[in-house]
Design a protein around this ligand. Structure first.
Ligand code: ZN
Length: 274
C-alpha cells in the first residue's frame, strides 16, 4: 500500500515537472535577457557583425536578448588546438540569432554544442562508388550541422564571411538554417512552420524554386543563389537563407515567391538593413 502511494507520488511529481518545465525555462530566459548587455559585447558584435548597427533599437535589443540566452545555454568547444574566445562566441551567437529575431521563441532546441576549428578541417567519409564498392575518403569541411546536437564551424571561414556580407555566402547562416530544418528530426528543407496550412504553400514554392535552380545549374546559367543549393532540398533551404539575408534585393527581383515565403517564415525583411 505504502509502496503504491510512493509510486503515485513520484509519478505525480514527474508529471508536474514536465508540465511546469516550459514555464520555468521561459522564466529563466527572461531573467537572462533582463541582465544588462555588457558594452564590451556590443563593441565586439558591432565590429564583427556591422549589419547589427542597421537594426532598429527595438530589433537590436531583441537580438541582444537572444544572444544572452544563446550564450548562456549553448556550449562552445574549441577543436584542433583552438581556444574559444569571447569574440568567437558572440560572433556565432549574433549571426545565428538573426535567424530567430522575430521567430517563435525557440533557441535551436536540439543544439547543445558549437564546435569551432581554426580553419578548414578534414573528416573521413564513406562513399558508395559502385555496386558493393565503398570507399573511404578524407573530405575538407568548412562547417556542418548535425541533426542530434552539434554545429561545427571553421573560424577562418566565419571571419571571411563576416568580412563580406554581400556575396550570399555565410557559413553561420547556412549551418543554423540546417538546425532550423532539422528541428523536427528530419533534414529535408522543411522547418517547423507556424500553421499546418503553411506546409502546402512551402512545398509548392520550394519544389518549384529548387527545380529551377537545378535546371539553371545544369544549363550553366548563373543565378543569384549558389549552385550548391542544387545538391538537395535541405541544402537549397540553407543556401536560399544565406541569399535572403545577404542579397535580399536580388533575390526578391529574381525569385519573388521564394522571397515572400522566407519573409513570412523569418518574419522580417532584410532589405531594410541593406
Ligand atoms: Zn549545408
Amino acid at each position: 500500500m505504502v509502496a503504491t502511494i510512493i509510486i503515485f507520488l513520484i509519478m505525480g511529481l514527474i508529471i508536474i515537472g514536465i508540465l511546469i518545465s516550459p514555464f520555468l525555462i521561459k522564466q529563466r530566459r527572461s531573467r537572462v535577457k533582463n541582465r544588462p548587455f555588457p558594452p564590451l559585447w556590443s563593441a565586439i558584435i558591432e565590429n564583427n557583425f556591422p549589419l547589427s548597427l542597421r537594426l532598429s533599437p527595438i530589433e537590436r535589443r531583441r537580438l541582444q536578448g537572444h544572444i544572452q540566452v544563446f550564450v548562456a545555454e549553448k556550449q562552445f568547444i574549441g577543436c584542433g588546438g583552438l581556444q574559444v574566445t569571447e569574440e568567437m562566441r558572440l560572433t556565432v551567437a549574433a549571426i545565428a540569432c538573426l535567424l530567430l529575431l522575430n521567430e517563435r521563441g525557440e533557441y535551436f532546441p536540439k543544439l547543445r554544442s558549437v564546435l569551432i576549428y581554426p580553419s578548414t578541417y578534414f573528416v573521413n567519409e564513406t562513399v558508395a562508388t559502385g555496386n558493393y564498392i565503398i570507399e573511404e575518403r578524407r573530405v575538407a569541411r568548412l562547417g556542418e550541422s548535425w541533426i542530434n546536437d552539434q554545429v561545427i564551424l571553421s573560424w577562418e571561414q566565419v571571419q571571411q564571411d563576416t568580412g563580406n556580407w554581400k556575396d550570399g555566402h555565410n557559413v553561420i547562416l547556412h549551418e543554423f538554417a540546417h538546425q532550423l530544418d532539422q528541428e523536427d528530426g528530419k533534414a529535408e528543407g522543411v522547418p517547423i512552420l507556424q500553421r499546418n496550412s503553411d506546409y502546402a504553400m512551402w512545398a509548392r514554392v520550394m519544389t518549384e524554386e529548387y527545380q529551377q535552380l537545378c535546371n539553371d545549374v545544369q544549363k550553366g546559367i548563373k543565378t543569384v543563389m549558389n549552385s550548391y543549393g542544387a545538391t538537395n532540398p535541405a541544402e537549397f533551404f540553407a543556401v536560399a537563407t544565406e541569399t535572403f539575408f545577404e542579397k535580399p534585393h536580388q533575390l526578391l527581383k529574381q525569385h519573388p515567391s521564394l522571397y515572400e515565403l522566407l519573409q513570412g517564415y523569418y518574419q522580417l525583411d532584410p532589405r531594410q538593413w541593406i
